[in-house]
Design a protein around this ligand. Sequence first.
Ligand code: AMP
Length: 398
Amino acid sequence: MSKTLAVNAGSSSLKWQLFDMPEEHVIAKGIFERIGLQNSLSTVKFGGETHEREIDIADHGQAVMLLMDELIHFNLIHDFRDITGVGHRVVAGGEFFNASTIVTPEVLEKIKSISGLAPLHNPANVLGIEAFQALLPDALAVAVFDTAFHTTMPEEAYRYPIPTKYYKDYAVRKYGAHGTSHMYVAHEAAKVLGKPLSELKLITAHIGNGASITAIKGGKSIDTSMGFTPLAGVMMGTRSGDLDASIIPYLLKNCPDLESAQQLIDEFNNKSGILGVSELSSDMRDLWAAVDEGNSKAILAYKMFVDRLKKFIAQYFGVLNGADALVFTAGIGENDTDVRSDVVGGLSWFGMEIVPELNVRGADGIISTPESKVKVLVIPTNEELMIARDVEKLKVEH
Ligand code: AMP
């Protein structure tokens, strides 16, 4: 038995889960929040208990040291060497990585070199990798790429209809994201449907603070809504999703507050989506509180959110030429019964019907009627388990 950590490092957070592998038993999980800010917070959960601690954490290196101290303090490990593998979620793998990969100095350099493809995420992922490598040099470090699952997209899906030189010379193409989640729920959906994944056409809707829709044929991603970066596709918590690119020069010319294209892209990434339209919050629960009070901006934000989801899902019925099932996952997809019923109700023409009594918060499995031509499923995502499995696989091959 060996212990594996699955790590998801953000710019000011570090989420982790400790597994016994290959048993796939979760020993503990936790998160460091507000790293580099004041009042950082560490949360550790195991055995039905939650331990929270407020402590200033300067950087990711200090967070990893604290994590090891806490794992020993709580008797979850006896020695640092108990952890034999660390799997890191990395958002962008570009065209280099079509599968999870052992981190070597060359691999780390490549990940750094493509940071432009996920400027919010890749630099933070690298900080996480370096922090663990410094403290656990003997553990096998594995990078699990969000883009890897989408490397099966055909060229007609991943190319943009712009001059070829921008693809050939600058690698501008669709890469997608959330691949680990889309792949996980596709496998689980096949189990629930009792059919081999190779025979299924699925539309998976990962709807959390970030959101993306994927068309999956025979277990392979053939199209996805995120693009060159995770900014594209449907409307999200703080991200705009698809926009007409002409807006950028137009606003740069006419809006005196804007000094650079980067500033505008930062607005599209961090201040748009549900937050930008509602002018309240990026969080769906906050949005609902305002909708319930009749706030018109919140109502518009909700309508736009559902509208964009419906359009992408409808597109993928076309891309797949019909689908066996639509699968909801992630924070909103798993919990928000209204988003599910509004999206499915608005696409009923495609042959989907939800059973209201099954469409409850925390549903797990089929929520559509037996007559529903296209089944509707809720599958809680588990990216950490996929990461731990990939580490285990590479440990065995190593
Ligand atoms: P994620 O990025 O997957 O963690 O999802 C975060 C999003 O899920 C946020 O917008 C949350 O407001 C939303 N969310 C979590 N729980 C619920 C819930 N019970 N109802 C509606 N939205 C929820």
